[in-house]
Write a protein that binds this ligand. Structure first.
Ligand code: IMP
Ligand code: MG
Length: 176
């Protein structure tokens, strides 16, 4: 099997869209400091690019989680593999994700972070696959809404590969 990547969203289109989102963030947080929280590893490329475009005081923080019980309805607790190293109480928090698929991970992460009483809490995702949604979760900034396909690039991986592509593409498996 040979892996082939077909471009879905170009580097230029992503850059332009993130520019627009950065402007919205600037308007919404009006001169205040914003803490960008990245969910590792997929969100890291979007977080860095967005951070460079937001003309506000920005701090960066990272967390890593794994979700239990994909497939079992009610067992959606998440395990924190790496927690934030600063308290977010009273802060403006913008959670940055690569993609929202079922929504399970994000909805539990949202609950968890809201319990820490941030001043403001918003969510940004580069990609949204609404066809696959199982758990509703409010998202404030969506880069692109895409059909149900497995995509890689711009932080997203297939078997840990392709995160470094500067575009988003659909992966195909061809017979050699
Ligand atoms: P969910 O929304 O809880 O189902 O989890 C979303 C996570 O699944 C994302 O953060 C990605 O790590 C992964 N994921 C979902 N769809 C894709 C895809 O098309 N390509 C790569 N990773 C994906
Ligand atoms: Mg992710």
């Amino acid at each position: 099997m040979k892996e082939r990547i077909e471009v879905m969203i170009s580097a230029e289109a992503i850059s332009k869209r993130l520019e627009e989102i950065a402007e919205q963030v600037q308007n919404d947080f009006a001169g205040e400091q914003v803490e960008l929280v990245c969910v590792l590893k997929g969100g890291v490329v979007t977080l860095v690019e967005l951070a460079k475009k937001i003309k506000l005081p920005v701090t960066l923080n990272f967390m890593d989680v794994s979700s239990y019980g994909d497939g079992t309805e009610s067992s959606g607790h998440i395990k924190i593999l790496r927690d934030l190293d600063e308290d977010i109480t009273g802060k403006n928090v913008l959670l940055v994700e690569d993609i929202i698929d079922s929504g399970r991970t994000l909805s539990h992460l949202r609950e968890l972070l809201l319990h820490r009483n941030p001043k403001n809490f918003k969510i940004c995702t580069l990609l949204d696959k609404p066809d696959r949604r199982v758990t509703d979760v409010p998202v404030d900034y969506v880069g692109f809404t895409i059909p149900d396909a497995f995509v890689v690039g711009y932080g997203l991986d297939y078997a840990q590969k392709y995160r470094n592509l500067d575009y988003v593409g659909v992966i195909h498996f061809d017979e050699d």
